[in-house]
Design a protein around this ligand. Structure first.
Ligand SMILES: NC(=O)c1ccc[n+]([C@@H]2O[C@H](COP(=O)([O-])OP(=O)(O)OC[C@H]3O[C@@H](n4cnc5c(N)ncnc54)[C@H](OP(=O)(O)O)[C@@H]3O)[C@@H](O)[C@H]2O)c1
Length: 284
């Protein structure tokens, strides 16, 4: 059984991976502030701790989910974003000779013309995208057998995930709150379990290089919010469309984002699921 070491494993993708992987692999889960829920404490910005823990565990594969994912916080604190999203990756690469599966984002693109393929040139417009791109580049340059998986708008349903768009919609509508959701940011939202299946298949096939993964529907956040409301029997008329510029957020957002999955579908023999299917599955 392969020994898989997961960083940032208490996050939303980490929880889906653990659910899918627990009968297939030996999992070593690590996390920083929620380390009591995982096997070990690990802050990937600490090079000595990272090196020592990886040497002690001696895993077959590392999956790096640890990241500063709050896009506006990255803009406000670029050094912090850099220390986690770039130097953290550097510390992992410098501590381990085996394959690393690293998660990245469609925010490495500028959002002028999504859906993006693996061949498209990156051009980030905010600190989150810039620091995630630097992490990718360091890994790609220094590790031949590693895999970078770019994804977008990850969602799942559990009350403890800050990064989930779905949680925000469901909780707000449950509380009968009117919410403004942007109708000019377009992506292909991705259920964490859909991505966990991709990561599993990538491990089985020992895939390396770059792949893009997102689910089947390329839609605006507003349209996604309507689909969530419909699926959870919540009031759609509480959702109002708004333009990104009106929100005056700290960080710029790529507008036409999202990822083309043609290459990943072919190489992994998988098909991205439809949103309605994913929402029905996760409600179960
Ligand atoms: N969420 C999305 O929509 C999305 C889209 C595209 C790509 N991605 C990428 O997918 C990956 C997983 O995302 P996710 O949605 O699961 O994010 P998440 O729920 O925010 O989880 C990320 C985890 O990283 C941990 N972390 C942060 N700083 C750390 C550090 N210095 N050392 C160790 N752990 C640290 C956090 O744990 P603590 O706070 O407990 O330390 C958190 O649990 C990330 O690489 C992200 O960039 C996410």
């Amino acid at each position: 059984m392969k020994k898989i070491f997961i960083t940032g494993s208490a996050g939303q993708l980490g929880q889906a991976l653990i659910k899918l992987f627990k009968s297939r692999y030996e999992i070593i889960s690590t996390s920083r502030s929620t380390y009591n829920k995982t096997d070990y404490f690990l802050d990937i910005t600490d090079p000595i701790l990272t090196k020592d823990l990886i040497a002690t565990i001696s895993p077959d594969i590392i999956i790096n989910l640890a990241a500063l994912t709050d896009v506006d916080l990255c803009e406000k604190k670029p050094e912090l974003a850099n220390s986690i999203n770039f130097h953290g990756v550097q510390n992992l690469v410098n501590s381990f000779n085996g394959p690393i599966i690293h998660l990245s984002t469609d925010y490495v693109f500028d959002g002028a013309k999504g859906q993006y393929s693996e061949e498209d040139a990156a051009n980030p417009i905010n600190e989150y995208g810039r620091t995630k791109l630097e992490g990718e580049q360091y890994l790609a340059k220094n590790s031949n057998d590693s895999l970078i998986i770019r994804t977008n708008v990850l969602y799942d349903y559990a009350s403890n995930f800050n990064a989930s768009f779905l949680n925000w919609i469901v909780h707000s509508l449950n509380d009968e709150k009117v919410i403004n959701v942007v109708d000019d940011q377009i992506n292909n939202p991705t259920w964490t379990m859909s991505l966990a299946i991709v990561i599993d298949r990538a491990i089985q096939t020992e895939l390396n290089g770059f792949i893009h993964w997102g689910d089947a529907d390329w839609i605006s956040r507003y349209e996604f919010a309507l689909k969530i409301a419909e699926s959870f029997n919540l009031k759609k008329d509480l959702i109002e469309p708004i333009k990104t510029a009106e929100l005056k957020q700290t960080a710029l957002r790529p507008l036409k984002g999202g990822l083309s999955t043609i290459y990943a579908e072919k190489i992994l023999n998988l098909e991205p699921p439809k949103i309605e299917h994913c929402l029905n599955q996760l409600k179960k």
